[in-house]
Structure formats: structure tokens, C-alpha cells
Design a binder for this molecule. Structure first.
Ligand code: DI6
Ligand code: FE
Length: 403
């Protein structure tokens, strides 16, 4: 152990997010050693081996795993405030999309933006997430719908990791909408554009996973299955926007492909929950999108609970359906709109979010895991979703480094 880079956080209240551990341990200590958690538990039980390390008191503050936003579209050009206003006047999200607005209008703005502009605008949103205690964020492509722009989005996403202290996981979302060049020919779009773009992204090391939008206004299960077959050939994990606006069979398709996650799920059924449970697919809940679209159907939370399907919570930060850059507010919405407990919401933004990204090295405070921690000006975990809009972050520790 390098003593220089090792220390003990003392005097904290610890929500370790470890199933066997107490939900909240008062008078706790956490050993950070060489970027990893060396030990955590009751301070009075601190092993002798760590007694010589520098002690950093946090004066009773709450310590949790750093938050993980496992579903975002942080990188994109422009915004869609006017479309949002039109919806306030009664316009409809799917109808706007069918007229060539919606996702396609962000595609035009993104194609027009160079990489520097994409990075600059994404950083503003990323900074908001970091201020909420986030240390790992997933970022999708999907507003290019051509090879060049999809790759530019993914390169911009990777650059965020060099600009800030954060882990970025990139997801290729080439199957997000059907561009006008391939109107009514979604399978041709997959074969001619999405698959070659995915291969190119993979060759450049730009894609950690593959996603699609399985929906009446986007792609059907057959097209998604074609893309997933390519992902499998490349050895990439898959995830899917499924059952958001209607029921199309996306959740079961995701489960059949062993997907890391199926996301949205407002229109999912008990049978979908059953299939996801068998496959070990995480349910990623995105209440910011449901709130923005005034969706009245809720995901089958009770069915997920009953079958032990892990529920993650994410922002879905995107310019159309979820212009939300606060993971804590997403947690609030998951509780208030859909009945998650505060503890479930925190698990959703930590350990279950890590699983939705296929990351087994973070999301909890346990020996051997990455020392990604959030220190809060709070006494208990419920304050994170309860205190809406109130800054609570005291500091983050990312890979063992305070920042
Ligand atoms: N996530 C998405 O990718 C789509 N819906 C969602 O919740 C569309 C995003 C958009 O309207 O730009
Ligand atoms: Fe999304």
C-alpha cells in the first residue's frame, strides 16, 4: 500500500449499499488505499493495519458510493425548447417525430456541430451531474444517424473523460430513428448505415455497448435483433430503449439477448418482468422522460420487486423527452411518481446502475472496489431525493482522489 495515496475517512455516516450491511452505519470509517476501498465499517473496529494512515474527519457527514448515471444522451447539438412549448399547448411527442421533428431535428443540429462544440455543450450538462455526486456516466450516440456524425459524437463523449474527473462509458445508439434517406426502410438503414457505423466505432474503440430505440416511431424487434446480432459478433454487450410509448416486445427481445438493461418500460408487463428476471437484465427507470411527456402509465415496479429485477434510476438527459441533468431529481421522481423507496432510489443510482453498465468494480463501498465516493452535507440517504434542488454535495472522491 502506497501510504502517500492512502487515508481513512473518519466520523462518517455510511450508506455502503452492500446487501448484507446496515443501510446506514453511524460512526463509520472508510479506508481509501491506492484508489480502492481498503476497508469500511464501524470506526471503533478499524483494523490495526490501517491505524497509521492519515485520518480525514468528515464530522458526521453522510458517505455513499459516488452516483452513476447509466443512461444519458449528454452529447448532442442544439435544444428543443420550442418543441417542448408546443407540447405544452397540446402537441404530441410521437406526432412531432412523425412530422420529421423530434429526434431528427436534433440530428440536424448535431450534424452541424463540430467535435469541440459538442464537447463544450456536453460539459455544461456533465458539470451539473458531477455537482450531484456523479462519478460515472454513460453517454450514447444516436443523433448522427450517419457514420461520420455517430463517430464524432462518441469521440466527443470519450473526450469528456479527459476534461473532467469522471468515468465515461460510451454506447452506440445508431438505431435511434430512421433518417429521411431511409424512410419506411428501417432494415435497409440498419444494414447500410448502422451496422457499418458500429463496426467503425468498434474498430476505433469508441463503443462499450450497443443500444437501440425499439418503438413504433423508431425500430421494430426484427431490426433491433439484426443490430444485436452484429453487437454479439463484435463481443459488445447490448441494452435497449423498450416499452416507453407503447408495448412492442422490446423488453423480451432485450432479455432474449441477455441485455445488460432494458430502459424506460412504462408499458412493460409482468411477463416482461419475468423474462428480465430470468435473464438478469436490469430495469432502468427514467422518470424524467415520463414526467416531461406527462406519461400516465408507470413501469411495473411491483412486478420487478417481486421477481428481484434490479431497478436502476437514470436521467436520460436528452434534448427531447428528458432535458434533465440532475440524477438526484430523477431519484426524487422515481420515488414520488412510481413509489420507489428512498433506499431503492439510491440503489438505483449506485449499485444497480453499475450493473446496468456491466461494471462490477463500483457502485458500493466494499473492500476491493474502486474508491468512488460522495460525501454529503446530509445525515441520511433519504435526504438525497427528499431535498429537491438543494445542493448537498460536500465533495467527491474519484478513484481514491478527492476532487
Ligand atoms: N430516450 C431516447 O433516446 C428517445 N426517448 C428517450 O427517452 C428520444 C430522445 C429525444 O427525443 O431526442
Ligand atoms: Fe434515452
Amino acid at each position: 500500500m502506497d501510504v502517500e495515496q492512502s487515508f481513512v475517512i473518519v466520523g462518517c455516516r455510511l450508506a455502503a449499499m452492500v446487501p448484507e450491511a446496515e443501510p446506514l452505519l453511524p460512526d463509520a470509517a472508510v479506508v481509501v488505499a491506492d484508489g480502492r476501498i481498503g476497508w469500511s465499517g464501524r470506526q471503533e473496529d478499524l483494523p490495526e493495519a490501517f491505524a497509521h494512515l492519515e485520518r480525514r474527519p468528515v464530522h458526521g457527514r453522510l458517505v455513499t458510493p459516488a452516483l452513476i448515471d447509466c443512461h444519458t444522451h449528454l452529447v448532442h447539438g442544439g435544444h428543443r425548447a420550442a418543441e417542448w412549448e408546443a407540447r405544452l399547448r397540446g402537441d404530441d411527442y410521437a406526432a412531432i417525430a412523425r412530422r420529421g421533428g423530434g429526434i431528427l431535428s436534433t440530428v440536424a443540429a448535431t450534424r452541424a456541430a463540430d467535435e469541440d462544440a459538442l464537447v463544450a455543450s456536453a460539459l455544461r450538462r456533465l458539470d451539473a451531474l458531477l455537482a450531484d455526486g456523479v462519478a460515472t456516466v454513460e453517454v450514447k450516440s444516436g443523433y448522427g444517424l450517419d457514420r461520420e456524425t455517430e463517430l464524432r459524437m462518441l469521440r466527443a463523449a470519450r473526450r469528456l473523460e479527459r476534461e473532467r474527473t469522471v468515468t465515461v462509458r460510451t454506447t452506440f445508439l445508431g438505431a435511434h430513428a430512421v433518417p429521411p434517406t431511409h424512410a419506411h426502410r428501417p432494415m435497409d438503414y440498419i444494414a447500410e448505415i448502422a451496422v457499418p457505423a458500429l463496426r467503425a466505432a468498434h474498430a476505433e474503440g469508441l463503443a462499450d455497448a450497443v443500444d437501440g430505440f425499439c418503438e413504433g416511431i423508431a425500430f421494430g424487434p426484427a431490426e433491433i435483433a439484426r443490430l444485436f446480432a452484429e453487437a454479439r459478433a463484435l463481443g459488445l454487450p447490448v441494452k435497449l430503449h423498450a416499452e416507453q410509448l407503447s408495448h412492442t416486445g422490446g423488453a423480451r427481445l432485450a432479455a432474449a439477448h441477455g441485455a445488460l438493461s432494458a430502459d424506460h418500460l412504462e408499458h412493460a408487463t409482468e411477463e416482461d418482468a419475468e423474462a428480465m428476471a430470468r435473464a438478469g437484465t436490469v430495469a432502468v427507470l427514467l422518470p424524467g422522460a415520463a414526467f416531461t411527456l406527462r406519461e400516465t402509465k408507470a413501469p411495473p415496479v411491483e412486478a420487478f420487486r417481486a421477481r428481484g429485477v434490479p431497478m436502476a434510476v437514470a436521467t436520460d438527459c436528452n434534448p427531447g423527452s428528458s432535458p434533465l441533468a440532475s440524477l438526484r431529481l430523477a431519484m426524487t421522481m422515481a420515488c414520488t411518481l412510481w413509489g420507489l423507496s428512498a433506499e431503492e432510489a439510491l440503489a438505483g443510482a449506485t449499485c444497480h446502475a453499475a450493473r446496468a453498465l456491466g461494471l462490477s468494480d463500483r457502485g458500493a463501498v466494499a473492500p476491493g472496489l474502486r474508491a468512488d465516493l460522495a460525501i454529503w452535507d446530509a445525515e441520511e440517504p433519504a435526504e438525497l431525493p427528499y431535498r429537491m434542488g438543494q445542493p448537498l454535495l460536500h465533495g467527491r472522491i474519484v478513484g481514491g482522489v478527492p476532487c
